[in-house]
Ligand binder design. Sequence first.
Ligand SMILES: [Zn+2]
Length: 285
Amino acid sequence: MRAIVTSSAGLTVTSLLELAVALLSGSVALLADALHNLGDVFTTVGIYFGFRMSRRVATTRFPYGYGRSEDLAGVVVVAAIWISAGVAFYQSYEKLVSGTPTTDLTLGMAAAVIGIVGNQIVARYKSRVGREINSAPLIVDAKHSLLDSAASAGALVGLVGVALGFPQADPIAGFAIGLLIVHIGIDATRDVADRLMDANDIDVTKAAERLAIAVPGVEAVGDVRARWLGREVEVRLAITLAPHLALSDASAICSQVERRVRSDLPEVRDVVVLCRSRGTAIALV
Ligand SMILES: [Zn+2]
């Protein structure tokens, strides 16, 4: 959590500096880069609040808990990414057509360098902490920051181009950074859509199936479903038991399946087991 707060604070300062210089110099590449970096901060803040809210306990109004609040934050974040891509493209197009000059080139280049260095520092910090606490999302995020550093380098190349007498270099760099934002937007939209569509987690369903079939008395396992609600998984599976079992024995087997799945798969919160005896539903655990 400290890694997230520290790197967000650093990135906020970096992007606000870039934004100020972008408005002063009229560089659309710097503007696109600043918007993108601000979008990253916004994403982190959204995930942070979604995460905090998702830990709240279930209520009468929300009996399934608050896990989905993280997915709700994801929708807002995705919208912000697409808006920033739209602004970057529109401003780049406008500048290419109108031919508005880029001023304060030295200051602009300095801001781009700050963007490169700032993202490099954040990338290294996230990657170090990510390896220390073995957090896959943080390591992925570190790679993203390295890409961001490359985007700032793109803005720098554009400004160098302008200094060398090629004024279109700035809006072209703006378009390139816009494309990078679109790329990130597509990935983020796909992730959020998967969550909202209750996409099946194949790894979890395979593991749950293996655990259930290993319980003595279970003859068959079918219709295994696993959907993510924020950071937790809900598993639903149907098991077939041997016929002519006493109701108490059948109930014990069903409970054991539920306990096995819950204890062996730490990310699983809810397990619903449909128990059948040769086609007849007899118990619901
Ligand atoms: Zn980024």
